[in-house]
Design a protein around this ligand. Structure first.
Ligand SMILES: Cc1ncc(COP(=O)(O)O)c(C=O)c1O
Length: 373
């Protein structure tokens, strides 16, 4: 079976994790500190990095550290993993959805501009599948309205925008290192930003609100959660990070080959390559109905032939939780079409050329021979 994703874990990763497990300190400690420095160096721009036990925690802490809460509106794309909107609800603010582009799956500045109200405090652009959002106009808009721009780069470690790595701008940017991401710490996430006060505050928020004085005595002056990453995960990340450039190069190679070898067919919308894309996922839209099938049947058809396809993602505003905010079908046509038609093809560094060819052949068979080939 060819899965749609698979982490690349070698002997070095296993040895690094084993070393930590055999040491005296297995939770947050020296390895986390080391990975924070290594990530900051990798991103560039003089930013600081703080690690978390998930990308979700990093986003939540970033919102809290900017005092986003009840009465505030936060603009988010209707097409993302649900964590992007859930963190807004978690801090007591209101998520305001906007539609995305059908091909890039990213929000555009026009959609954001139309959604701004006097209550808007922040916008969370999501670099979908590793493709950078067009950030310059969003920053300009945010400046005009005094909005926080919090980038959800959960899928975008290694992505570049205008020749610089996402995360190096100094604005708060959150990453995820969940096992399906381009590098992993098992579960884990990070916040990168250049404001020392924000970095200090998220340090407290990620661990019970605790501050220590010079004698090591603790004090708590604001709420904090339990969002710290164990050293076991950080040790894994320290081996993964130096491999990221190679991982992403292989991802790009595979993505370009998909773009070359997949059929051009009216039922199939392919993604585009752009400079700096880190190709976290290769997502297409397939109008299964137009070939007389449902999406579920297409997924089964591939599964029976040894290929796993993913769905990233249903449109968030149609989940029961978000319908309670008044959203319904027809609000965001592109997000809804993607939600109904999206399929994620296998893409990970250890996918072989032969396996990829098999996936492409199946698409030709399905679309050109009606699956009967
Ligand atoms: C766009 C987006 N935001 C946030 C997250 C949350 O990251 P994590 O799973 O590390 O909490 C993910 C994870 O898939 C994601 O894809």
């Amino acid at each position: 079976m060819i899965p749609f994703t698979r982490p690349t874990i070698g002997d070095e990763e296993v040895a690094a994790v084993a070393r930590v497990l055999r040491s005296v300190w297995i939770t947050t400690g020296p390895k986390v500190a080391e990975l924070e420095v290594a990530l900051a160096d990798y991103l560039g721009g003089g930013v600081g990095v703080r690690l978390f036990n998930s990308g979700t925690s990093a986003l939540e802490a970033a919102l809290l550290a900017h005092d986003i809460g009840p009465g505030d509106e936060v603009i988010v794309p209707a097409m993302s993993f649900v964590a992007t909107a859930n963190v807004v609800v978690r801090v007591g603010a209101r998520p305001v959805f906007v539609d995305v582009d059908l091909v890039s799956r990213n929000l555009a500045v026009e959609a954001v501009a139309a959604a701004v109200t006097p209550s808007t405090k922040a916008v969370i652009p999501v670099h979908f599948a590793g493709r950078a959002v067009e950030m310059a106009p969003i920053h300009a808009l945010a400046e005009r309205h005094g909005l926080l721009v919090l980038e959800d780069a959960a899928q975008a470690i290694g992505t570049e925008y205008q020749g610089r790595r996402i995360g190096s701008s100094g604005n708060p940017v959150c990453f995820s290192f969940h096992p399906n991401k381009n590098i992993t710490t098992i579960e884990g996430g990070a916040l990168a930003c250049s404001d020392p006060a924000v970095l200090k505050r998220v340090e407290r928020i990620r661990f019970h609100g605790i501050e220590r004085d010079d004698e090591g005595l603790i004090s708590v002056s604001e709420w904090g959660g339990k969002m710290n990453l164990p050293d076991v995960g950080a040790a894994l990340g320290l081996v993964q990070l130096p491999r990221l450039v190679d991982f992403n190069q292989r991802r790009r190679e595979l993505a370009l080959r998909y773009l070359e070898k997949l059929p051009r067919h009216p039922a199939l919308v392919l993604p585009e390559d752009v400079p700096g894309h880190s190709w976290h996922m290769f997502c297409v839209c397939l109008d299964a109905e137009s070939i007389g099938m449902s999406r579920g049947q297409v997924i089964d058809w591939f599964r029976q032939r040894g290929v796993g396809l993913g769905i990233h993602y249903p449109a968030m505003h149609l989940f029961p939780l978000y319908r309670r905010y008044g959203y319904r079908e027809g609000d965001f046509p592109n997000a809804e079409r993607i939600g109904a038609q999206t399929l994620t093809l296998p893409l990970f560094p250890t996918l072989t050329d032969e396996e990829q060819q098999q996936v492409c052949n199946l698409f030709h068979e399905l679309l050109e021979e009606g699956g009967r080939g």
